[in-house]
Design a protein around this ligand. Structure first.
Ligand SMILES: *Cc1c(COP(=O)(O)O)cnc(C)c1O
Length: 421
């Protein structure tokens, strides 16, 4: 069957996931794309090379800039996020750093949710500060506060689809209308939801970021990141004068062009071709994985909220979650893998974690296996008490990334551990 964009658009996500972008290799019939494990690409003549370097002809030059294996993955991820193009990076943090450096200059400001991944928080609070890029942290569910923190220097609003570890859900359409009014970019980190559960572009987000290391890969085999342009932002905008030359050459693709032949190329945090292949393979099961993660997590969250040993449960799929209605509107009726519980004290949290038999005690989310961690003593340990509170982390909070095990085995394990408290 021929590649047909209209046909693909009408497909359900799970089918599009498997049949979009690549069916088989045209020369060998291989059902998986080849791994172009090459540093650089040769040409027959100096004229051909000149044309590629001048951007007159398409072609690969050097794998830090672009690589055929990586390009295929970029096209696939852009399509799954309803975007117009993508740049893959060596990690989620590289994707976020590249995005900030592509949008902001010294003296600029960012408005960001407080409740974000610890690495991003540290990048914003410590590293960017040294380069005179100021990040104003806000309660992302308070649209008035957000608007009051925007000024002439603000160049982006940043939020996560499901804030980690607070598990709050921002109103993406509400944020998009504020961003549009001020002609600034709305950047959404969609790692925790994945494109199966939420498509931020359809609610007006301009740039979508993923740590591929989590659900998109799903099997814990490779670190990676991606930046996707939704294609809905006017890049000939006086707020971003450094993008003007790219707009003149690349039009609506200006932002990605500025990364490809500027920031991302020169920073050099590129995705390795072999990692692109690993991610390509495991991405095939994203829809079934996210459905099962979500089914398991919802059932466990409901069960935990009935258990007298548990003080509170936070999960966007529970009706008592403060943004449950937003989650229902923005998500496809699946609410992700991650939940948190409060158990009364640090000691009880530790004992609960230590008595679990199945989950791995591991600092990650989105693996096939269930993972458990005590945020306050691990990835939130550098934060002050006030910062932890804004991040939804107390001394007795335990975060669980629910895996793909059989539900009954997980429920039994959690119950036996709670019974020991
Ligand atoms: C893990 C994570 C990141 C960082 O990704 P890496 O691939 O570890 O660099 C960014 N955002 C979120 C939401 C994450 O969970």
């Amino acid at each position: 069957m021929k590649y047909n964009i209209e046909r693909i658009k009408q497909m359900h996500f799970a089918t599009k996931l498997l049949h979009d972008s690549f069916n088989k290799d045209t020369t060998t019939g291989s059902s998986l794309p080849p791994i172009y494990q090459a540093t650089a690409f040769a040409y027959d003549s100096a004229e051909e090379m000149e044309n590629v370097f001048a951007g007159r002809d398409a072609g690969f030059v050097y794998s830090r800039i672009a690589n055929p294996s990586v390009s295929l993955l970029e096209r696939r991820l852009a399509s799954l996020e309803n975007g117009v193009g993508a740049i893959a990076c060596s990690s989620g943090m590289a994707a976020i750093s590249n995005t900030v450096l592509a949008l902001c200059s010294a003296g600029d400001e960012i408005v960001s949710a407080y409740s974000i991944f610890g690495g991003t928080y540290s990048l914003f609070k410590n590293v960017m500060q040294r380069f005179n890029i100021k990040v104003n942290f806000v309660d992302i569910n308070n649209l008035d506060e957000i608007e009051s923190r925007i000024n002439k220097k603000t160049k982006m609003i940043f939020a996560e689809t499901i804030g980690n570890p607070k598990l709050n859900v921002p109103d993406i359409a509400g944020l998009a209308s504020i961003a549009k009014k001020h002609k600034i970019c709305l950047v959404i980190d969609n790692t925790a939801a994945s494109p199966f559960i939420c498509s931020p572009a359809t609610f007006g987000a301009n740039i979508i970021i993923h740590s591929i290391s989590k659900f998109i890969n799903g099997y814990g085999t490779a670190i990676g990141g991606v930046i996707i342009d939704a294609g809905n932002f006017m890049w000939n905008n006086e707020k971003y004068p450094h993008l003007k030359p790219y707009y003149e050459k690349a039009g609506q693709m200006a932002f990605l062009a500025s990364l490809r032949s500027g920031v991302a190329r020169d920073i050099g945090a590129c995705l390795a071709p072999f990692n692109a292949f690993l991610i390509w393979m495991t991405l095939d099961s994203l829809a079934v994985r996210m459905e099962k993660h979500s089914l398991n997590a919802l059932a466990i969250a409901a069960e935990l909220s009935k258990n007298g040993k548990v003080l509170s449960v936070t999960y966007p799929g529970l009706p008592q979650h403060p943004q449950h209605n937003l989650a229902k509107k923005q998500f496809n009726n699946n609410f992700g893998a991650i939940l948190t519980v409060q158990l009364g004290s640090k000691d009880r949290a530790f004992r609960f974690i230590n008595n679990l038999k199945l989950p791995l005690r591991l600092a990650n989310i989105g693996d096939t296996k269930t993972l458990v961690i005590h945020p306050a003593s691990t990835f939130c340990r550098e934060l002050s008490h006030a910062e932890r509170a804004a991040n939804g982390v107390a001394d007795d909070t335990v975060r669980i990334s629910i895996g793909l095990e059989h539900l009954e085995d997980l429920l039994n394990d959690i119950e036996q551990s709670l019974n020991k408290l």
